[in-house]
Ligand binder design. Structure first.
Ligand code: NAD
Length: 371
């Protein structure tokens, strides 16, 4: 069995606490001979700044490039509010995304039946929800030039951001969406604003073209205006399978979708790069939540988003989709037994801490592996 290289970057705040629970699950994976793993650990965010004076060291970036999968906890916290802008904790995350060319951000919104009552929407709208937002992560208006604020002769100021996409950027993200849809529900909805934006028009044309020329016609493709899709996401979210959209709309729509599921502590994500000649992609897996300084060090953080990020790594980078399904099942069954961290707790449920929740999932996962 080939050894897979995993790099753990726990980061700051609750990052190390939730990463410890990932280590527990990885220990089960190794002990049961599911995978042969070489696990390394590095620093990112404030932790890296304290040790090296930068938000991620060159050495750890190189390790991340060489890894089969990188798992990151979270970065940031008030301790580093005053550090120079280029060394702020988030800069470590941005550098990793940029240097690893992680252009595709996958954010699933899954509503576990046991948590359907925690959603802002009615149970029947979200129970069993399982959609995936594929957001373009390295282009669009967050990166386009010019990007500036200039002084006008009349004493006012003028701010410009530039929304820009080239064909190849749209093609590669559309391909990721079509390939994902094939192993999910077979449907892609592409969202843009072709009615008012040239970049939206090109987005629509390129997605349509690659659907035909790329041999993806077995996948059903629909187009929606991004604002209409926003409405539909809160009206009938279960209508969607895979949604593909640009950086800006994806940022907003994925946050909306995340609230359908109840809690930030439940949401994993994956960021993927292009496939190399061996079919291998650079990849980074992390929970959607931040470093939660308000609860850091108290042992009460919900580790499920971090563990579900490992499940995504097993599915998309480590070649073990069946094991990933068992890990997701272990999470679902643990919730089904009434275990809850404080963020998802409700009357009648058993309140547990980070370690108890992680141990319960690891134990259930181990039992499922044996079944
Ligand atoms: P946050 O996600 O850290 O916390 C928001 C709220 O959700 C807090 O009340 C927190 O206690 C709670 N929460 C988050 N994750 C939880 C978990 N796993 N279990 C239980 N409760 C949880 O967002 P924030 O408070 O806006 O930001 C805090 C710091 O994190 C800031 O420095 C911010 O820049 C950083 N941040 C980092 C990332 C990242 O690393 N990807 C993402 C968002 C924010």
């Amino acid at each position: 069995m080939a050894t897979q290289n995993i790099l753990l970057l726990p980061g700051d705040g609750i990052g190390p606490e939730v990463m410890a629970e990932v280590r527990r699950v990885l220990a089960v994976i190794e002990a049961r001979g599911v995978l042969s793993l070489s696990i390394d650990e590095g620093l990112v965010g404030g932790a890296a700044y304290d040790a090296h004076g930068v938000a991620v060291s060159d050495g750890d970036v190189e390790k991340a490039k060489a890894a089969d999968a990188v798992l990151l906890g979270a970065v940031g916290g008030p301790k580093w509010d005053g550090v120079p802008y280029e060394h702020r904790p988030e800069a470590g995350l941005l550098r990793l995304r940029k240097d690893l060319e992680l252009f595709a951000n996958l954010r699933p919104a899954i509503c576990y039946p046991a948590l359907a009552d925690s959603s802002a929407l009615k149970r029947e709208l979200v129970d069993g929800l399982d959609l995936m937002i594929v957001r373009e992560l390295t282009g669009g208006v967050y990166f386009g030039e010019p990007k500036e604020i200039t002084d006008l002769p009349n004493g006012q100021k003028r701010a410009v951001d530039t929304q820009v996409y080239e064909t190849y950027e749209i093609e590669r993200i559309a391909k990721v969406a079509f390939e994902l849809a094939r192993v999910r529900g077979g449907r892609v909805t592409s969202a843009e604003k072709r009615n008012v934006m040239k970049s939206g028009l090109l987005w629509n044309q390129v997605v349509t073209a690659i659907h035909k020329s790329g041999g993806y016609e077995d996948v059903k493709l629909d187009h929606m205006l991004a604002d209409a899709l926003g409405m539909q996401l809160v009206r009938a979210p279960k209508e969607f399978d895979v949604i593909v959209t640009d950086n800006l709309f994806g940022d907003i729509l994925s946050d909306v979708a995340s609230m359908l599921t109840g809690s930030l502590g439940m949401l994993p994500s994956a960021s993927l790069g292009a496939e190399d000649e061996n079919g291998r992609r650079k990849s980074l897996y992390e929970p959607v939540h931040g470093s939660a300084p308000d609860i850091a060090g108290k042992g009460i953080a919900n580790p499920l988003a971090m563990i579900a990020s490992l499940a995504m790594a097993l599915k998309y980078s480590l070649g073990k989709p069946d094991v990933a399904d068992l890990l997701d099942k272990a999470i679902s069954e643990t919730l089904g037994e009434g275990l809850r961290t404080g963020d998802i707790w409700s009357e009648g449920m058993t309140k547990v801490g980070t370690t108890e929740m992680g141990s319960a999932v690891a134990k259930k996962f181990e039992a499922l592996l044996g079944a």
